[in-house]
Design a protein around this ligand. Sequence first.
Ligand code: AMP
Length: 249
Amino acid sequence: MKVLVPVKRVVDYNVKVRVRADGSGVETQGVKMSMNPFDEIATEEAVRLREKGVATEVVAVSLGVAACAETVRTALAMGADRGVLVETEVELQPLAVAKLLAALVRREEPGLVLLGKQAIDDDMNATGQMLAALLGWPQATFASRITIVGAEATVTREVDGGLETLAMPLPAVITADLRLNEPRYASLPNIMKARKKPIETIKPADLGVDPTPRLRLVGVAEPPRRKAGVKVASAAELVERLRLEAKVI
Ligand code: AMP
């Protein structure tokens, strides 16, 4: 079984995100970019499935500007076998990504598409769901455990009330949550080996998809700054302040 893992290039999670002065988005110039953390988890899971002999090949795909090839390369260093870069300068929104992935799925015919549950840049949490809908495949989102036996996947999902376990036939779409695994660090030998692994570059037109955005970004603003804290002298003063300022009790 082939596993397709979409990996997105996003602002590194350690970077303090800054909004552009004109409110047109988040500043990405000169900012460290990395693989979306949930996609590292999805890559790790796919590689573990191959190591267990459940998967035969792991294909990592990134969609976006030419620099997304670095993100594919990171997945290859973690153990993916082969990469695809769908290169475009157009700003990609989840529906366009899902359509491009659906076209790639028809070409690659994987038994499983394993995505991150959400990209930490725009927190859409939509691509996996849209992809499953476009393909007419079963889906399990927010996976914290995945077991595959034969042509069936059993997935434990993290839902509000606790854990939910679903069984579904493959092919399917699964999105990875935080507790699914601890992704490995790529070792130096594996980083070197990854340089020799193939990355195919294609354009959206090669997949017959028009990636033009459908949503218009109206504005992006930083959250209001928090006011500085104050020290109180006693519990009584604290209660009094809570009563008057926080309007509780
Ligand atoms: P989102 O729906 O944007 O929150 O993204 C959910 C998941 O879809 C991510 O964790 C990735 O696995 C995948 N994804 C979204 N956009 C891209 C992209 N441009 N390239 C590769 N994967 C993507």
